[in-house]
Ligand binder design. Structure first.
Ligand code: SAM
Length: 210
């Protein structure tokens, strides 16, 4: 019962005591994964970059620093209204300058024009998507040919949470997401082990083919 409740809040934080705790936990514990995802997707100063499931917005904050050309744009998408509000507060100056746009929506239905995004990154997110194929297809639709998608995760932690039934179903398995990416038209789909100081994490990469 508690596992299901924690899983629901991790997958869709709400404005509540539990949602507040999850937001604090994400802010304290996930900045390394967020920053590594930003670094690994090789952002160029004039790119259009999308983060899906941005949560409190730490990754967006890091990515914005790399988009130094006037044409560099950042887009965030999260279907938790609470996370949308928390990130909006964190990024209010960037939002006011028009550098960042945040959408409160599902990754499976984003209000973005076809083939407009150069890089996509996300952390600890795909396991919660109701339909991996719909999410991956939507990423493929909005990305430019040759665009790169990177997601970072700590597989051992995720497997532990899945064993305790915090993760819903089997979508947490990297193989499931990688298969959805290939089925949606991504190529060079691969997972690598990475090190950050004394910690190991994983990065999944996929390139858009159109
Ligand atoms: C575990 S949190 C991770 C947040 C942040 N990336 C981090 O690592 O701290 C998962 C986030 O993904 C969002 N999310 C989950 N499924 C989503 C979907 N289908 N569409 C958009 N956002 C989604 C949740 O609302 C939540 O903010």
């Amino acid at each position: 019962m508690w596992a299901e409740k924690v899983g629901k809040q991790l997958g869709h934080p709400t404005r509540s005591a539990a949602g507040w705790l999850v937001s604090k936990f994400l802010t304290l514990s996930n900045h390394v994964l967020e920053e590594n995802a930003v670094q690994l997707c090789g952002i160029q100063p004039g790119d259009t970059v999308l983060e899906v499931g941005h949560g409190p917005g730490l990754g967006l904050q890091s990515a914005a620093k790399l988009l130094t050309e006037p044409s560099g744009r950042l887009i965030g998408v999260d279907y938790s209204e609470y996370m949308h509000q928390v990130a909006s507060e964190r990024l209010k100056e960037l939002l006011a300058r028009g550098k960042v746009t945040l959408h409160h929506c599902d990754v499976a239905a984003m209000p973005l024009v076809d083939s407009t995004v150069d890089k996509v990154f996300h952390c600890n997110c795909y396991y919660f998507w109701p339909d991996l194929k719909k999410g991956a297809s939507e990423l493929h639709r909005v990305m430019k040919p040759g665009g790169l998608m990177v997601t970072t995760l700590r597989l051992s932690n995720i497997a532990t949470l899945a064993a305790k039934r915090v993760m819903p179903g089997e979508n947490w398995r990297p193989e499931a997401y990688m298969a959805a990416l290939r089925d949606s038209g991504f190529t060079d789909v691969k997972m690598e082990d990475k090190r950050h100081k004394h910690n190991t994490f994983q990065a999944i990469y996929a390139t858009v083919s159109k």
